[in-house]
Design a protein around this ligand. Structure first.
Ligand code: SAM
Length: 464
């Protein structure tokens, strides 16, 4: 094998895409990862990292562009990093996602005998997001800007005027907010010295029309201090620019970490919650409760989850990491009882209201950390758990939680995951606990990005 040193300049053909979005090529049999490339490109690259089994390289020149390349419509493409597959036709993106899902589950999860169903495409390829989180920052001239974090540089913000992934009204509200803050001389919060005030501007809207016409758009402004000069004037301006706005919440975030959390909500005007709908089921969502970001694609995701659970009406279903109860409630008509566990108090309140709103009396939602709350739940029920659906955050489940799920010995499990690497890791633990994957259904919730959402069905194969 030829020795390749750091800073070697080589030419390779990009063959595939990796989870994370980088192109994959090979040089003398060694895998090379290169950002900003597309399968079919022939590229000149500079090797920046040499690891035992692969190389990382920076793109120097596209010697021959791939025939599948298309122009990216967003002017911030390549700089923003939010959706770096815009230069690949949408119908090809879903094929690459399927290949990535298969290879991760086979390599990390060490399972091969499952059926991987073709990716279900998002009903909307653009403007599909029902939520966006903008961060305030400063440009090099010291002026306030509002936009997204630059990839890899957590304290630098990219000024955004328009994003193609969410509805137009979010762009209008964001630009109005930015103008207002500049005119009033408000200072952006800087996570490095903890100075400044305005931190995050979060916008959410209903993705589907509500049967009673309660479609909404709410704005949440997070600041480091409670004092916000001109707040009423700001709300008037946002309302007159965007009459579809239905609520404004001002939240205090005193934490040091640069995450959008609300220590004290101040309900300023209109609704402090949102309504959305999946199929015929309505959901009420508090300002920061989790809800699937692409409402229209959540319907096939939940429909598949319900089918994978093989419910007959006789089973108790545990909805682990249940958020506002959405999956459990979606399945409740086919289950004997639904038990949900969720850490966020507001989401549990929403879940209880959602069950009542949908006239369900077979759902119980408990608030707490999953691992600690499951034993409390099990002490309250006598007829066991026969089905489990788990939908954890990106990091997946911790080992103890997985072990406690395995110990329930439910014949069928469904795992909804937004991160195929942590899913594959957890699938291996479930495999050693006696569970075999039978089916995987990826659903594209995030067109033009490398993100993959999928639901997997597990069957208990042998006693552990
Ligand atoms: C990916 S969301 C899924 C929510 C819901 N299943 C849905 O589809 O809308 C993950 C949820 O897990 C909750 N969560 C995170 N860590 C948790 C923990 N340790 N115990 C219980 N819930 C947790 C989050 O607040 C969030 O609502």
């Amino acid at each position: 094998m030829i020795e390749i040193k750091k800073n070697s300049i080589i030419t390779i053909r990009i063959e595939a895409l990796s989870y994370g979005g980088r192109g994959i090529g090979k040089y003398n049999g060694i895998v090379v990862f290169v950002s900003h490339t597309v399968p079919g490109d022939i590229v000149k690259v500079n090797v920046t990292k040499r690891k035992e089994s692969y190389l990382e390289a920076d793109l120097l020149e596209i010697e021959e562009p791939s025939p599948i390349r298309i122009p990216a419509p967003c002017p911030l493409f390549g700089v923003c990093g939010g959706c770096n597959w815009q230069n690949i036709p949408y119908e090809k993106q879903v094929v690459y996602k399927e290949e990535i899902a298969r290879s991760l589950v086979e390599h990390i999860g060490k399972q091969t005998s499952f059926v991987l169903h073709p990716v279900i495409s998002s009903p909307l390829a653009w403007k599909y997001r029902n939520k966006v989180d903008f961060t305030f920052g400063k440009n090099p001239e010291g002026n306030l800007i509002l936009g997204f974090h630059k990839p890899g540089i957590y304290h630098e913000i990219l000024d955004v005027k328009e994003c193609l992934l969410h509805p137009e009204i979010f762009n209008d509200l964001m630009n109005e907010m930015k103008d207002f803050c500049r005119e009033k001389g408000l200072t952006p919060y800087d996570p490095r010295d903890h100075c400044g005030n305005v931190r995050h501007f979060i916008l959410r809207c209903s993705g589907n029309d509500h049967p009673e016409g309660k479609k909404g758009v709410i704005a949440i402004l997070l600041t480091a201090q409670e004092e916000l000069p001109g707040r009423d004037e700001l709300v008037d301006r946002l309302r007159s620019r965007c009459p579809a706005l239905t609520g404004f919440i001002h939240g205090l975030n005193e934490g040091k970490a640069d995450i959008a959390r609300m220590d004290k909500p101040i309900h300023v005007w209109g609704d402090d919650y949102l309504h959305d709908r999946l199929d015929r089921i309505s959901f009420r969502l508090s300002a920061l409760s989790f809800f699937q970001t692409n409402t229209r694609a959540a319907e096939p995701l939940y429909e598949t989850t319900r089918r994978f659970l093989s419910l007959t009406g006789k089973e108790n279903l545990l909805d682990a990491y249940c958020g506002v109860g959405s999956i459990g409630i979606y399945c409740a008509h086919q289950a004997k009882r639904v038990y949900g566990i969720e850490i966020l108090r507001e989401a549990v309140w929403d879940a209880r209201k959602n069950a009542a709103m949908n006239r369900l009396d077979n759902c119980l939602f408990l608030c707490g950390e999953f691992r600690k709350t499951l034993p409390i739940l099990l002490n309250r029920i006598r007829d066991g758990i026969q089905r489990v659906v788990m939908d954890p955050p990106r990091g997946g489940l911790d080992k103890k939680s997985l072990r406690s799920i395995i110990e329930l010995r439910a014949p069928v499990l469904a795992y909804v995951s937004c991160n195929p690497t942590t899913f594959a890791r957890d699938a291996e633990i479930l495999f050693h606990g006696g569970y075999r994957i039978t089916d995987i259904q990826p659903v594209d919730m995030f067109p033009h990005t490398y993100h993959i959402e999928m639901v997997s069905r597990f069957e208990m194969e042998k006693p552990f």
